[in-house]
Design a protein. Structure first.
Length: 395
């Protein structure tokens, strides 16, 4: 397999796209797949398409395709809803598996929504539940025998710092805790083996490295030996064993399908299904090797061109995911200036310039040109233009 595979994506001319860690590029074939679903299936078949186009099976079909990418078995991944909803479901299920413990452990680098959902669940449950936040580097020593659930995002959304999934999961299990991994910045970026890891739950989104498009559905993984013990807190119609019997008594579906909640977003699932075609011919070790090579080159080039920037990401590639971050006093303004020069990265508060390294459609030439553009922006203080100081709603 050779990388990159730019020919498989609709990439605007003159743009170097270093924000695939936030929203992946549009795969060729995705738009025509959406048009097929909208025009021929919905337009032509109307409600019959639930059967004639097999819409009802699409969440499971897509879940099984994601399972291959994350190192899980078929039937262990359910798709639909949002990542926040899936975190909420996983947390509640995990706490019920440890009814005599009251502590959720996470780190203060976790994505805010994960923390919000944990706090919201705690307010619902009451009974002295506690969300315990520690520094990322203190997670291992903080997993003690009073912890019910360890909930972590494997790759820090700000810096790209990567937790050691295997060793942390083992530590959690050695202390009797349930493990939940948020794979938002991992799936499609680094090799994963949930089957070997033995984590009870994992969740993730599909609009980043999987290129499923804005609003693409989330997924949840449940380890097959425990899933039948789970009574979902959100016992929705589509998670019922036989939804069309219209039984007023909820009976959970088999396997991970019990984590489905509402009507599946068929158009978005279809786009994601088309995007996943690319991954049929992708080796995750090859993706990882290319990611490290390009990230190392980017760090080297940027540090040489812009010594005023401070690298926030780990220097050791084995401790870093597939995005690279730098700190700069005028980070927001500098990112806007870069975008005007055709290099798209993004800003994260308070002072982070963040760049996704996506080997499917980024090559060495892109990296070198991006670093040169950064040098022009930083060293010539192009970020001082007043128009770059106006904060947009989405940063």
């Amino acid at each position: 397999m050779s990388l990159p595979k730019k020919s498989l994506f609709e990439l605007p001319k003159g743009i170097i796209y270093l924000d695939g860690n936030s929203l992946g590029a549009l795969p060729k074939g995705a738009a025509s797949r959406a048009a097929e679903v909208i025009t021929n299936q919905w337009g032509g078949e109307l409600i019959r398409a639930w059967n004639s186009a097999d819409w009802m099976s699409l969440p499971q079909i897509v879940g099984d395709r994601i399972a291959k990418i994350i190192g899980a078995d078929a039937g262990t991944v359910a798709t639909g809803d949002t990542l926040s909803i899936k975190i909420y479901q996983a947390l509640d299920a995990a706490l019920k598996l440890r009814p005599n413990r009251k502590v959720i452990l996470s780190d203060d680098g976790n994505f805010p929504s994960d923390i919000y959902m944990a706090n919201g669940l705690i307010r619902t449950l009451g009974d002295d539940y506690e969300l315990r936040l520690v520094a990322p580097e203190d997670v291992m020593m903080s997993i003690t025998d009073d912890v019910a659930v360890v909930m972590l995002t494997q790759i820090d959304y700000r810096t790209g710092r990567m937790h050691d999934m295997a060793s942390i999961t083992k530590r959690a299990h050695d202390n009797g805790a349930i493990m939940i991994w948020d794979l938002a910045h991992s799936v499609g970026a680094v090799p994963l083996d949930l089957k070997a890891c033995r984590a009870e739950f994992a969740v993730g989104c599909t609009y980043k490295y999987l290129n499923g498009g804005p609003g693409a559905p989330a997924f949840i993984y449940a380890r097959p030996d425990i899933v039948d013990k789970v009574e979902p807190i959100l016992s929705g119609w589509m998670g019922h064993k036989t939804p069309f019997t219209m039984d007023l008594n909820y009976q959970p579906a088999q396997k991970a399908e019990r984590f489905r909640v509402g009507t599946p977003p068929i158009v978005q699932l279809s786009i994601l299904d088309a995007a996943l075609d690319i991954w049929d011919d992708i080796s995750m070790p090859d993706i990882r090797a290319a990611s490290i090579e390009l990230s190392e080159l980017f760090i080297k080039q940027v540090e040489a061109a812009c010594p005023v920037l401070k690298l926030l990401s780990p220097k050791d590639a084995d401790e870093r995911g597939s995005h690279v971050s730098f700190a700069f006093e005028y980070a927001y303004e500098a990112i806007q200036a870069l975008i005007d020069k055709g290099v798209i990265g993004d800003f994260r508060a308070p002072n982070i310039m963040r760049f996704g390294i996506t080997p499917l459609y980024i090559d060495r030439e892109d990296i070198i040109h991006a670093a040169e553009a950064m040098g022009e922006v930083i060293n010539n203080e192009l970020y001082n233009n007043p128009k770059y100081k106006i904060k947009a709603r989405v940063t």
